[in-house]
Design a protein around this ligand. Sequence first.
Ligand code: FES
Length: 113
Amino acid sequence: MSKVPCTVRGGGRTFSLAIGESILHAAMAQGVPLDHACGGVCACSTCHVKIHGDRSCFNEPSEDELDQLDEARGTGLDSRLGCQAKLLRAPATGAVEITIPIWNVNAVREGGH
Ligand code: FES
């Protein structure tokens, strides 16, 4: 299965994302901290990430995901839930770039990870 490199802006960390895999799943499997209070079932917004570049390479957000994002801080058009955003195809640039909002990173650190 082909994998696409996914770089986290700011921290400079990179993990690989398989086609069909969620950002949260890939990040956790590769030791990149991303909060996920509900365990990845679209019932919180702690896995909020921003996807830069061609977001059409990812699945469309569901109504449930959009409802959760309404509750999240600092969201924009590029916001997704990491547990729900799954890569559909490799972007033309060959790589994906995301931002994990700083308050999520802080929450993870305060959680002792
Ligand atoms: S981990 Fe809770 S919505 Fe993604």
